[in-house]
Unconditional design. Structure first.
Length: 166
């Protein structure tokens, strides 16, 4: 779900409320956030596609504090009619959009600017035993990344394909 918060700006800059429980709940996002993360990535860095398996599946609310990224969510819910489908959006400091990714989805992003800082709220604390991932270049997913000359971690380069998970 794409979230577009209201910005109040003038010649000094802007103010924006990034989370208010009552408004998110009214929009159908009734979750409790228990962990905040912050990352910095350089141009061409692709992180993901990461998830936590049940019963520790995480929902995430992603926002970009500085720079631009192509942010992707992939449905991994076994009983879902949209299993393996993905949704993506550009998140940037300029557009101020946020991306809510529910539990049961993998998440990844590609840095489009020289650097990008992301902040994300999580619904479940990180649990190493539940940590998982799917290859960013899985041909069955056919994600339309803006470019394919990317830098990935050693771990992400060896993640399984979706068909190996189910």
């Amino acid at each position: 779900m794409i979230v577009e918060p209201r910005r109040f700006g003038d010649d000094r800059g802007y103010f924006m409320e990034t989370y208010r429980e009552s408004e998110f709940s009214a929009a159908g996002i009734s979750v409790r956030f228990v962990q905040d993360n912050h990352s910095l990535s350089k141009r061409g860095v692709l992180r993901g596609l990461h998830f936590q398996a049940e019963p520790k599946a995480q929902g995430k609310l992603i926002s970009v504090l500085r720079g631009r990224v192509w942010d992707v969510a992939v449905d991994l819910r076994r009983d879902s009619t949209s299993l393996g489908r993905w949704q993506a959006t550009e998140l940037s400091q300029e557009n101020g959009l946020m991306f809510f990714i529910p539990p049961g989805f993998a998440h990844g992003f590609l840095t489009l600017s020289d650097e990008a800082e992301l902040s994300y709220k999580c619904t479940v604390e990180y649990d190493k035993a539940s940590d998982g991932g799917v290859r960013w270049d899985d041909p069955d997913l056919a994600i339309e990344w803006p470019f394919r000359d990317v830098t990935v971690s050693e771990k992400d380069a060896h993640l399984p394909f979706l068909r190996e998970l189910h």
